[in-house]
Design a protein around this ligand. Sequence first.
Ligand code: GLC
Length: 570
Amino acid sequence: MKAEERKKWWRESRFGMFIHWGLYSQLGRGEWVQYNERIPVREYEKFANEFNPTRFDAEEWVRLAKNAGMKYIVITAKHHDGFSMFNTQVSPFNIVDSTPYGRDVMTELALACEREGLKLCFYYSHVREWHHPHAQSLEVNGPNWCGNYGNFWDYREEWRKNLQTYIDEFDKPQLKELLTQYGPIGIIWFDTPSMIRPDQAQELVDWIREIQPNCLVNSRVSDDEQVDYDYMSLGDCEIPGIPAGVDWETPMTICTWWGYYSQPGNEYRSPEELIHQLVDIVSLGGNYLLNVGPTGEGVIPEEAQERLRIVGKWMSVNGEAIYGTQGSPFVKRPQWGRVTYKEDQLYFHVYDWQEVISLVGLRNQVKGCYLLSDRNCQITYKQYKDHALGYDRMEIELPQITPDPYCTVLVVEIDGEPSVDQTIIQDDSGVIQLSATQASIHKNAGNSTIGLARSGAIKDWFYSDDWLSWDYIATRTGEYDVELTVLSGPNNQKWDYGHEVQIVINGQTLECQVENHTTGSSPNERLSISVGRVRIDKAEHCKTELKAIKINGRNLSGLPLLSIQLVPSK
Ligand code: GLC
């Protein structure tokens, strides 16, 4: 089976449900409770005596997912606690043999998924496991190492652990059960690969493909890019700023936690945030895997259900602009929302409803434009070319309707696959937005690895020989306030500040310091710094250069530039 064929359903689906459900659910303190509270295995095992999810209804869960517009379900077959939520001969520590409930929930889910036409997929925590004495390997990190969030309170002697033993005696037989007991499985969704060797990970992938050649495997099977997985799982809740360049998916959770959490401090995301996350991700060509954490009784919390019903209502009208679509052909995101497309149809997802919206760079001829929610509502548009400056512009007069509270979709029919001129043009608001995603990166330093990070910020800018530039079209004259925006603390690291930069705009030079102005502790904060004022005297092609006079690379994040904005002065 070719990878392309294998992945077809997954690429078209775009939206799936993630479910974290296990013994931990009855404690209501998240799926990490055993680790966080250092609960000994013998104690933790006792929770199985009380695990009795009598309110579990497979059909209800699957219908909830389906009505939300989700096309696949990834459920924790085994999480880090090592408890198997399926019928397994490999260990008695499973839902059938050690709980009063005694039923295999996966059989019921498999049947319900088959009936409703969703793909069933299994999450499987492989290297990180707190129940099995061999779940961690000493091969990689040496005998005295017990980090990596393993079970060091029961199994103290790291040198006794042998990952290969665990793989052979546990992982492989369990994967075989998961792939032979429940019909066709969509994905084996591995988690926590650290410490597995690439050859061991590849062995698992081959093992899976031998049993079910159509089953996909995500990238968390290994930390090594060489292993032949099917698609990339991004970091937990990571929403990138640019397409990842390969097939990718964001695992996201609907509230703060993954597993059921009944304590204070569990915030649910708003329906607007969920719908915008879905659209943002799809407009960058990714899949959205949205997690819910059912209770120990087997109930998906009402707060989650409510939100999924709202998302589902939106999807029932706008699903066409999500399923089987590709990411936006425009590098620049329009100010009013997002774009997806399918063959000769563009979908404009309008977040910010206004009288008129515009788009620059579309070279195709537009043949028609209407509301996705009402095909009879034809929309007036104009397309023209600015001959003096040489760019294409489309202007759409939005109808006077009550827009969708979250996102209203327009269908724009064009004369073939989209063809886009990515030249940067001044926005209607007058702002000139120069993003890192559209910068020319001049890599001059010998061993420089400067480039664009997945977040959309510049990464590895450590040398002042490297610099950036932008060519763009200014359509209005006047004075502009210049601002520089950086991403503080990318990748959860401490971030570097204390840089000095120079910006040259049409021959006018400004200088500024990038200092730490952040007060918050959250990573990936946007920090805007005002730099000074410049004049643009003529509507014309312009150039901006950004050079570093001094860079501080102490914490290895360098100068994480996101953008430069030229904002019309008041
Ligand atoms: C992390 C967590 C885990 C959760 C997963 C979801 O790896 O350890 O609890 O299952 O992310 O992607």
